[in-house]
Design a protein. Structure first.
Length: 172
């Protein structure tokens, strides 16, 4: 009786191994390995899900004063991700100062509305008078919308005062 348990155990192991090694191929024929499809490492997005969109503002120069003769202000360009710049409108706003257009062919400076709407072209932000509060930064905001009015992205740019007549793009 003391050999019955090990013999039964050995018989079970051999039966399991024999079942896993069974093949219908003739002797001497290699059996192909089963194909395995690896599991995706990240979940796939549904085909109907919209692409992620974002918006940022590119500003140049990083430091500006109205005393500069090389520019009329800080040039502002939108940098969209996930949507076409030309298929959106951009609504601008600033807590201080004004928006300008200054472009070829004649480079005439045109003052825009307080909250201008553009189509992706470069505009400029400037100011004419001494700030009343040098401790309060200027915040410029832009909102991109598609033709149906759906918001595609928003972005903000902060300008810090360096004295009464100079601003510096925050983070530069």
């Amino acid at each position: 009786m003391r050999y019955v348990v090990p013999v039964l155990f050995l018989a079970c192991v051999l039966a399991i191994l024999a079942a896993g090694c069974a093949t219908n191929a003739p002797a001497g024929t290699a059996t192909p390995a089963p194909s395995v499809t690896p599991a995706p490492t990240t979940p796939a997005e549904p085909a109907s899900s919209p692409a992620a969109t974002s918006l940022s503002i590119v500003a140049s120069p990083q430091r500006y004063t109205p005393l500069m003769s090389s520019t009329v202000g800080i040039g502002l360009t939108v940098n969209p991700t996930g949507f076409d710049r030309a298929n959106a409108t951009y609504q601008w706003n600033a807590t201080y100062g004004e928006f300008l257009r200054w472009s070829p062919p004649d480079y005439t400076v045109t003052t825009l509305s307080v909250t201008p709407t553009t189509h992706g072209e470069k505009i400029f932000w400037s100011f004419t008078g001494k700030t009343r509060s040098p401790d309060t930064p200027v915040v410029i905001t832009v909102v991109a919308e598609d033709p149906s009015g759906t918001v595609l992205g928003t972005s903000q740019l902060t300008l810090d005062w360096d004295g009464d007549y100079t601003v510096v793009v925050r983070g530069s």
